[in-house]
Design a protein around this ligand. Sequence first.
Ligand code: COA
Length: 211
Amino acid sequence: MRVRLRSALALGRAYRSRSPRIRFRTCTPFRPAMLPVVLIRREQTTDASRIEEIHRLAFGGEVEPSLAAALRSDGAVPAFSLVAEQEGDVVGHVVCSRGYVVPSGSTPADPSSVEALGLGPIGVLPDLQRSGTGKALMHTVLGAADAAGEPLVALLGSPDYYRRFGFQPSIAVGINPPEAAWGEYFQVRTLSAFDPKLTGDFVYARPFHDL
Ligand SMILES: CC(C)(COP(=O)(O)OP(=O)(O)OC[C@H]1O[C@@H](n2cnc3c(N)ncnc32)[C@H](O)[C@@H]1OP(=O)(O)O)[C@@H](O)C(=O)NCCC(=O)NCCS
């Protein structure tokens, strides 16, 4: 027993002597003075009026607040309606609703239609824009959609902004925008479950048709 213990200790010494030396350095952590703590979380019932207010202020009109409200009862996927909470206040919102990629000229009732997501609206309080909140909302909702096995997220928006999140014009992957005139402004972010054979027309949730 003693012999075994000695040889184990010797082995340990030999191992340590061959191990590369690791130096631990202390360093001053980088602490930006003004960086706010933001939590991206699911929308709750009590957030409804604040979400509409955010879109009213972000877009300067009634279209997006009304759309957000209509989607809540028709089309929004609760797991993909997210708010950005900063110091207890809701300051941003994004929602994805149930859309479909359907065979060209067809409707979601077609048996070969495939479920997909339509993103929007997304808005951040004007005073807090350009501080990374929009980016955090986008990355979180895309990660959640990917983890849930969704094949793609579609949206209408500026290619300059959405390109950074991996969006590309939908026509580049064979998916037609709801309006041909939208051209490169109608974009898709394909996710892990995307099958390149998925082509056709994108159809938004019903409240988008009432705009
Ligand atoms: C778009 C929006 C959600 C982005 O949120 P945000 O918190 O300001 O975004 P971030 O801070 O994460 O990113 C800011 C970057 O996005 C860019 N950006 C913001 N809106 C843009 C737009 N419409 N087109 C191009 N770039 C845009 C900014 O120039 C900035 O770029 P930089 O980092 O190179 O300077 C927010 O600006 C907003 O609510 N805008 C009004 C509503 C709106 O237009 N919604 C989108 C409709 S498609």
